[in-house]
Design a protein. Structure first.
Length: 730
């Protein structure tokens, strides 16, 4: 009887491929395999075994190799991948490929895959290592290190690595998951939970094992992380693994440190796209083998294989970084909830400003709501928010009198301030004072942003990267009075330096934080009080705990109130609450000044009251009235092409076929006309989109299944298209 292996390959074709595999066994399901595919050898995952194929036996090829050095992907992960592939309408092979670490997507024997993240002496090796002679200083030193604590591979030089390979062959040392904290150091004592924390923990513990979804709502500093830590402790005690998701790579070092300190004996790994391939593979394999106890990572970590999974936490669950914007457009938060359901474990979503979808899920009882009302630190209170009317206190170069006075006072007290402006560069536009001409990007529907570089000013496109020298004269009227209009971080930094020449000012935005390690260096400078005033975009607003920062100034926030994106106000509210949360975290009370032309706006009023529920209820009422999510389910078909006609032509044909399906097979889905995307043109590509919505996800999904089959058969006419289920930017 011939054995047929069905293999998921990373091709856009949503089907499995059959190969002859005489020696494959059931235990090989979930393993990486190498197969011939046309002229190439591809890496795929064996997902099913069968005995017959629809392909003629003579044209079937054979599996080239089954990777039995790596444990197979567990069945629950395969099931999760199938679920995600089905829900997001993405090819299973592509989903499986994207959940492998890059180093395991390539073929060939992973020669170095066996190298562990760290080494520790084996039982028998201890004696041998202790017996190494001092006359071999390098060996002696390395042996001494090993006997004291596991040695991390990434910290070794080439010679030491070679020694360890040798000792490993002799059986003196064995692999060990990388410890991030010396094992002999005792963790700090956990603080006694506040009554709110206690209540939250009791509720979750009382629910027992099994799936239960929770929303932990608490302002920054209310002690959410402390709740996570306690739940992780419970999970460790059960001998199970915890998966902790965070929105940003930048946030992982801080949190990793806190977890490592609390659980010195446990094996903790980080997983995010900033890791070197080897590190990521090592961490992933440690998780897959069940060696790692705590996995802390960004959205991609939601697909980590975890044979002993016991708990999932999604911190800052509202953060849009959980949504993947390319390839399979998934929401890691939503996948986390499905995963918890499937694995039968609790999932805890934490936020000071939950996504409106999540808040509603809690309100209708799908999630259970837990609240942390006050700040955990006994002395810390919420910052006072002042709305500064910029119609009367008119800002110069972005800064009004009230904000300048507050900054001055903070400087006098020797305390730190943060000026938040969510625009990088010098000025959002360069303007001709003669005719009002602004400089558009020739390839995108956006203005060029004025930046200040070492060699003078530049005009830069934030979408396609175009970077040119500003012209001497206006191309329209020939006038030479060209002026920057509006503020960006660089201009505010310059203005602050003019007002406070003695202050030490640090700008933090994507331009200054781009280099690896730059971000943590900045954090350290602020923590060491080498900085008086921070100027930055939202990247400084997230999750940083600076105890001496007592003043936050917000400028340029009004912009979001006039955005065509219906989610812009939700994001603004979350950003303002988050940035306000930076002020006064420890013993120092904080103050937040928001410069706005609309101090009476309900959004700002809610920020001033620190009133998330008030904001959320009002926003949900508006969404319901307008028929927006979460009251409807949406999907958007995006098409892009070198001409608008091509993209539009494809979408019109797609709409046509959708109408047929709606009439006959799957009714109840509303289809809108194709419209330009929020950014019509990026890098010369025209982008249009077609929005679909329905009262229920099930109805929408039923429709999409049929529709995508039809779309695959439509001529693309030079357009590239992609489906986005539950889009966050339409
Ligand atoms: P969040 O994650 O909500 O921002 P954290 O858990 O980081 O809040 O807590 C904020 C601060 O309060 C931290 O410095 C933390 O150590 C402290 N903290 C948390 N819980 C307690 C507690 N029960 N008693 C004393 N301090 C606490
Ligand atoms: Zn551009």
């Amino acid at each position: 009887m011939s054995r047929i292996a069905r293999v998921a390959l990373d091709t856009p074709l949503d089907r499995l491929f059959d190969y002859l595999a005489p020696d494959a066994e059931a235990a090989d399901i979930g393993r990486r395999v190498e197969v011939p595919f046309g002229p190439r050898i591809l890496v795929g995952v064996l997902v099913e075994l069968g005995t017959h194929s629809e392909v003629a036996a003579t044209s079937l090829k054979s599996l080239q190799r089954i990777d039995r050095d790596t444990p197979p992907l567990p069945a629950d992960l395969l099931a999760l991948a199938r679920f995600a592939a089905g829900y997001y309408h993405h090819a299973l092979g592509a989903v499986l490929a994207s959940l492998l670490p890059p180093a395991l997507r390539r073929g060939g024997r992973p020669a170095r895959a066996a190298e562990p993240a760290a080494y520790a002496p084996s039982e028998t090796g201890r004696g041998e290592l202790a017996g190494i002679d001092t006359r071999k200083p390098a060996q002696f030193a390395l042996a001494a290190r090993l006997l004291a604590a596991p040695v991390v591979r990434a910290e070794l030089n080439g010679r030491e690595k070679a020694l360890l390979r040798d000792w490993s062959k002799r059986g003196w040392v064995q692999g060990h998951a990388a410890p991030t904290w010396p094992a002999d150091e005792a963790g700090p004592v956990a603080p006694t939970p506040t009554p709110d924390q206690e209540a939250a923990l009791n509720a979750i513990r009382a629910a027992g094992a099994g799936f239960s979804p929770w929303l932990l709502h608490g302002v920054t500093g209310s002690g959410k992380t402390e709740v996570y830590l306690r739940l992780v402790a419970d999970t460790l005690a059960q001998g199970r693994q915890s998966l902790i998701l965070v929105p940003e790579i930048h946030l992982t070092p801080q949190l990793t440190e806190r977890f490592a300190q609390r659980f010195p004996g446990s094996r903790l790994i980080g997983l995010h796209s900033g890791l070197a391939d080897g590190e990521r593979r090592a961490g992933w394999l440690a998780a897959l083998r069940g060696d790692a106890d705590i996995i802390l990572g960004t959205r991609l970590a939601v697909f980590t294989p975890l044979p002993r999974l016991g708990l999932i936490v999604v911190d800052e669950e509202h953060d849009t970084s959980y949504k993947q914007m390319e390839g399979m457009r998934y929401s890691a938060r939503d996948v986390a909830v499905w995963r918890a359901r499937q694995a039968g474990v609790p999932v805890l979503l934490g936020s000071a400003t939950p996504a409106l979808e999540t808040w509603r899920n809690a309100k209708v009882g799908r999630y259970r709501l837990l609240g942390l009302a006050a700040r955990a630190h006994a002395q810390a209170s919420l910052p006072k928010v002042r709305l500064i009317d910029s119609r009367t206190d008119r800002p110069k170069q972005g800064l009004g009198k009230a904000l300048l006075a507050a900054l001055d006072a903070a400087l006098q007290r020797g305390e730190q301030s943060l000026v938040f402006i969510n625009r990088r560069g010098y000025a959002p536009t360069l303007l001709c004072n003669g005719c009002g001409h602004v400089f558009p990007c020739p390839r995108c529907s956006a203005h060029l942003v004025l930046h200040r570089a070492r060699a003078g000013y530049r005009l830069v496109c934030h979408h396609c990267g175009l970077d040119t020298r500003p012209p001497e004269a206006c191309p329209d009227c020939g006038g030479v009075d060209l002026r920057p209009a509006g503020q960006g971080t660089q201009r505010v930094e310059e203005a602050l330096a003019g007002h406070f020449p003695q202050a030490r000012i640090l700008r933090v935005d994507r331009d200054t934080a781009a280099r690896k390690g730059a971000f943590s260096a900045m954090r350290e400078r602020v923590a060491a009080r080498e900085v008086d005033i921070l100027v930055g975009t939202q990247i400084v607003a997230k999750g940083h705990d600076f105890p001496h920062l007592t003043l936050v100034g917000v400028i340029g926030a009004d912009q979001a109130l006039v955005s065509p994106d219906f989610r812009a106000t939700e994001r603004l509210f979350a950003q303002l609450m988050q940035v306000a949360g930076r002020a006064g975290r420890a013993e120092h009370p904080g103050e937040v000044l928001i410069q706005t032309r609309y101090p009476g706006h309900p959004l700002y009023q809610a920020v001033a009251r620190h009133d998330y529920p008030g904001f959320a209820e009002a926003a949900l009422r508006e969404r319901r009235a307008a028929g927006f999510p979460p009251f409807v389910a949406q999907a958007v078909l995006r098409a892009e092409a070198s001409s608008e006609e091509a993209a539009l032509g494809f979408l019109l044909a797609a709409r046509e076929s959708g109408m047929e399906i709606g009439k006959s097979l799957a009714p109840g889905v509303e289809m809108f006309d194709p419209v330009p995307a929020l950014m019509l043109r990026i890098a010369g590509r025209h982008r249009l989109q077609l929005l679909l919505q329905s009262d229920t996800r099930a109805r929408l999904q039923g429709f999409l299944g049929h529709w995508l089959e039809a779309l695959a058969k439509l001529p693309a006419r030079g357009a590239k298209w992609v489906l986005d289920v539950d889009p966050v930017d339409v």
